[in-house]
Design a protein. Sequence first.
Length: 558
Amino acid sequence: MGWVANPWTAVAAAIWIQSSCGASYTFSIYSAVLKSTQGYDQSTLDTVSVFKDIGANFGVLSGLLYTAVVPYTHRSTLPGSPSKSKWTSLAGPWVVLAAGAIQFFVGYLFIWASVVGLISPPPVPVMSFFAWLAANGQTFLNTTNVVTGLRNFPGYSGTIIGIMKGFLGLSGAILIQIYHTFFGGEPSTFILMLALLPSLICVLFMFLLRIYEVHGSDYKKHLDSFSVVTVIIVSYLVFIIILQNIVRLPYWGWMLEFVILMVLLASPFGIAINAHWEESQKFTQSYTIERGSSTNKGTTSSSYSASGDQVEYHELPSDEGQAQVTSDEELPHEEDKSPLQAICTLEFWMLFVIMISGLGSGLATINNMNQIGQSLGYSTIEITNMVSLWSMWNFLGRFGGGHISDYIMQRKGWPRPLLMTATLGMMVIGHLIIACGFHGNLYLGPVLVGIGYGAHWSLMPTITSEIFGVKHMGTIFNAIAAASPLGSYILSVKVVGYIYDKQADEDNFCFGTGCFMPSYFILAGVTFLTLLVALVLYFRTQRFYKQVVLRRLKHYAR
């Protein structure tokens, strides 16, 4: 069983789930057909998209459920600890994944039925609810993968969160490639695909995602292998998207591209097998135990090394009443704070304000990408490719934000909020480029906005875990993420949508630079003010992060 159930296959399974659950980033693909079939104007469409954003980013429910079914324990337990109860043996991260899969299926199936006419167009509040429900499934999958990854690999939190968040950002492009290959030109069928595909992948892989006791501090080598594959996948996607924009591919060309993509996505399981084999060889002596002793440490997944010795990964017991000790690999942080204690801190609200602008303005951009492109005269193919490329930049920000923040903290001793400040500056420039409306601006402005937006999604959970602790991390970082839909509502509906409708004709369409120029100058100003807040957070956390770096250096010097 060790070849199937181990920390590395858990990473590979999480990558597949993350690669399929970013449906909220593909709203522009079916927004036009939703608008036309339901008779919406732009403000109404933006209202539905905001509820979608609320569902995709307000994950407090998923955090509470995760804490309930996967109670936090330190990474080591004392010998002789009692075995797990029947409930904790049955419960685990898979429960949260199952809840998310059900929401995906029900929510998108309802939207599809309305678009194709199986049911009458529902009232806007009903459509908004199902848009929220469908997108909220994403938070259950994302919370499970991120928190489980961080608990399994606490020494490199930025790296593992960057991988998980990176694939979530990349998932939009992957889903669009599947759509073009099999359902090109049918946005309604794409909605049905969103109802079925993520749910199916969750069912296939959810039992592989567990919390394990990963020994040793050099597992970064294997995480880097996952990172290399991630970069190869994103490079391949950028290549085929550009190719599709230049050349009209025959059907067999689309199929060939799809097969290569699937082979690349399968490669993390090859890395998992190799990593498990290497760890089995390296830790044979420390993992060799007497027959039957596994009953003292909870569920165990076994495999055999080349020498024939039994080597085991221990799935960490989840009974909160068990005796515990603190492992040296535990993330150095202040005392674990409860959600209520975190909310009472200034740092929580500073992060919340930063997310309103950093995430809200990013969502305003992706939600209106179709309309921005149309107003400036871009073709439908160009707009679709820009939505796909947005996923690339989103991925680059998430992936790079995690790796770079680990580097600047461990090698330079700089606080992670410094990188958050820099990405906000990048977003200010991106908003200004979009506002100018010059030819080709959407090939540059959304790049900067997308990278900055993605970086926030990897930096915020990592900073949250370090400042407030890991125990209630799922709930706290999802509470901060609630700023994202709030920012989307203010900036997308009340600013971008309102100004667009003021400029639109009787058919609810607007053409020219005046459709979005005023709103994006406003977004640039708001983001700049938020940059100043991030700068204050950087200065407030300097002393704390110096202590974090010193503790890490002492640990790895042993």
